[in-house]
Ligand binder design. Structure first.
Ligand code: NAD
Length: 355
């Protein structure tokens, strides 16, 4: 039987509760599809600091690098906020992504019909939205040199090399091939030299994917179009700072933070995690929505393990649970027939996925 090794990082706050539901669903789909998943539970975040004095122990990096993928809950909480910056849980996460060399952040934004009223936009605008933001994660202005402050002057530098653009463009085109075969590359080529090079490079990479239709859009227009007519997008390819802003904007189309997954992938290993944080305000109460983490596990099946059928079944199970009226408390106002706990929602989705 095919066996996958998954590094499992539950983290802090609601992390353990939501990750337990994701593994419940993974185990159900694995036995139904005929493969096996072995988990290596690893420490990161505040819980790691409490035990080892380091929010990112070396063992967590080493074991993760040698796994097929990382499934991650969330880290952080007020308890650790007063620690020196390098000891804080968030520093551990940034260091982790860097150590793993994950250069592409994938953020799907899907609007479920059943929760259409949770969006702040009109139902007719968001109905059927299903897009993916592919954001370059370890280059651009957040990392460019030189940067600094000199008296009343401060500066950062937006830098991309051709190779950095080539690899993220390939990621976007490959994903588009599995979806609607459309890539919209977002830049500011009317103003920025770096964007002009970005645009030329993306056009070169596009020649290797003749089935995919490539378009370009300036970032200011893209921010507007995402609100005006989000259904026009399939894959949005963009650099670090533009993607940071656009992916948060896109995530709000669905209206609930507890629903959306993400992946950060590199040449070898990917980290699959919900977009929300550790929600300390509701931790331990059994009311967190596990859907974002279950959907992240589905992305892991699809992109890291190549178990596309299993991923499709998990996605369908999430939709079925919602269409049958099951809701956790955060989305209870939108068509709940039955309000369920974190664990009940996990079991319902696991049962549907395994059928
Ligand atoms: P948050 O995402 O944890 O919570 C924001 C709000 O959304 C809270 O009211 C919370 O209860 C709610 N919420 C979040 N996830 C939910 C879920 N699955 N189900 C139901 N409700 C949910 O953001 P925050 O409060 O700004 O941050 C809390 C901690 O999380 C901080 O320490 C922050 O640094 C950390 N954080 C971690 C990550 C990560 O691990 N990737 C990301 C963001 C924030």
């Amino acid at each position: 039987m095919k066996t996958y090794n998954i590094a499992l990082i539950k983290g802090d706050g609601i992390g353990p509760e939501i990750v337990d539901e994701a593994t419940k669903v993974l185990d159900a789909i694995a036995s139904s599809e005929g493969f096996d998943i072995q988990y290596n539970e690893l420490l990161m975040g505040g819980c790691a600091y409490d035990i080892t004095g380091d929010p990112l122990p070396k063992e967590t990096i080493d074991t993760s690098i040698n796994s097929d993928a990382v499934l991650f809950g969330a880290i952080g909480g007020e308890r650790w906020d007063s620690l020196p910056r390098e000891k804080r849980p968030e520093s551990g996460l940034l260091r982790f992504r860097k150590e793993l060399g994950v250069y592409a952040n994938l953020r799907p934004a899907v609007v479920y019909d059943e929760l259409i009223n949770a969006s702040s936009l009109k139902p007719e605008v968001v109905k059927g939205v299903d897009l993916m933001v592919v954001r370059e994660l370890i280059g651009g202005i957040y990392f460019g040199e030189p940067k600094g402050r000199e008296g009343d002057r401060a500066y950062n530098t937006m830098v991309y090399t051709r190779d950095e653009v080539v690899r993220i463009a390939h990621t976007a085109f490959k994903i588009a091939m599995e979806r609607g075969k459309r890539v919209c590359s977002i830049d500011k080529a009317n103003v920025l030299d770096v964007s002009q090079m970005w645009r030329e490079t993306v056009e070169d990479v596009a020649k290797e994917y003749p089935e995919v239709t490539l378009s370009h859009m300036y970032v200011d227009n893209a921010a507007m179009q995402l609100i005006r007519d989000p259904k026009q997008f399939d894959v949005m390819l963009t650099g670090n700072i533009f993607g940071d802003i656009l992916s948060d904007e896109a995530s709000m189309l669905s209206g609930s933070i507890g629903l959306l997954p993400s992946a950060s992938v590199g040449a070898k290993i990917g980290v699959y995690e919900p977009i929300h944080g550790s929600a300390p305000d509701i931790a331990g109460q059994g009311i967190a929505n596990p859907i974002a983490t279950i959907a992240s596990a589905s992305m892991m099946l699809r992109f890291a393990l190549g178990e596309v059928n299993a991923a499709d079944r998990v996605d369908a199970a999430i939709k079925q649970a919602l269409s049958e009226g099951y809701r956790t408390q955060d989305i209870a106002d939108y068509g709940a027939k039955e309000v369920c706990s974190t664990s009940e929602m996990g079991s319902i989705i696991a049962n549907y996925a395994a059928k």
